[in-house]
Design a protein around this ligand. Structure first.
Ligand SMILES: NC(=O)c1ccc[n+]([C@@H]2O[C@H](COP(=O)([O-])OP(=O)(O)OC[C@H]3O[C@@H](n4cnc5c(N)ncnc54)[C@H](OP(=O)(O)O)[C@@H]3O)[C@@H](O)[C@H]2O)c1
Length: 234
């Protein structure tokens, strides 16, 4: 797909991986809406990268509906949803899991992504075109100690990706699931600050480069799932 002139939403576009994807989409000529819950961070990043910031929490159905309505009122179409908003919390062994942590993480990583995907899919089905990129994780593929909540949320997202592929291919809609391994971002940092780049770990750039290449592929084909590892992170 040619990205110039297209309309995209990047959830969680105010930081890390989402910010870099949004930046590269803007550079390719797309009109990009980024979302997040922190207004100051969102406004600063939107003006830095040339995107449109919309305060919107993927965990709230009303916010999701208003976001899609705003984009459709402005443009009459949507071409790309990057379902990126997500976080990890409640890291604990099975005996110490807290239901409130599970609900909080699932509300964004699973139910929020599902609400965004549904709203975009309804537009895409009517258009008979569109692209959904779900940002999973290597935690979508393999569980690990103290990862019950986050890894199971990303397994669930991978399940949604596969179901949506089956639902939406007849409407010419491409659903892509992307599994990054560790990327130096603000993810899981108690200070909320973006971690500095280090030479042997992935940057948001590697993830965004891959996604832009997938979106640029001619619409007759798509990459259903891709996993991105750091070559030698140890
Ligand atoms: N970094 C890694 O190592 C890594 C590896 C694999 C996968 N991932 C996945 O990549 C995605 C992006 O993470 P990142 O590393 O870029 O982390 P990040 O730098 O912390 O960025 C997360 C973004 O999501 C937003 N966000 C969080 N909850 C939201 C909600 N309910 N509604 C809307 N926006 C929300 C945050 O803004 P606000 O807080 O202002 O809402 C922020 O813009 C996540 O899905 C994460 O699970 C990360």
């Amino acid at each position: 797909m040619e990205l110039n002139g297209k309309v995209a939403i990047v959830t969680g576009g105010s930081s890390g991986i989402g910010k870099e994807i949004a930046k590269q989409l803007v550079m390719a000529g797309s009109k990009v809406y980024i979302t997040g819950r922190n207004a100051d961070k969102l406004d600063k990043v939107a003006s830095e990268i040339g995107a449109i910031g919309v305060l919107s929490d993927v965990a709230l159905q009303t916010d999701v509906d208003e976001l899609i309505k705003r984009v459709m009122d402005d443009n009459g179409r949507l071409d790309v949803l990057i379902n990126n908003a997500g976080f990890g919390a409640g890291w604990a062994e099975i005996g110490d899991l807290k239901m409130e942590d599970m609900l909080r993480v699932y509300q964004t990583n699973v139910f929020g992504a599902a609400m965004m995907g549904q709203a975009a899919a309804n537009v895409f089905k009517a258009q008979r075109s569109g692209n959904i990129v779900n940002i999973g994780s290597t935690a979508s593929l393999k569980g690990y100690a103290k990862g019950s909540i986050y890894a199971s949320s990303k397994f669930a997202l991978r399940g949604l990706s596969q179901c949506w592929q089956a639902d939406l291919r007849p409407y010419n809609v491409r659903v892509m699931h992307v599994n990054p391994s560790e990327v130096t971002t603000a993810f899981g940092n108690p200070t909320g600050e973006t971690r500095p780049e280090v030479p042997n770990k992935l940057r948001p750039k590697e993830i965004a480069d891959q996604i832009i290449a997938q979106l640029r592929m001619d619409d007759r084909g798509f990459v259903p799932e891709v996993t991105i590892w750091a070559t030698n992170p140890w």
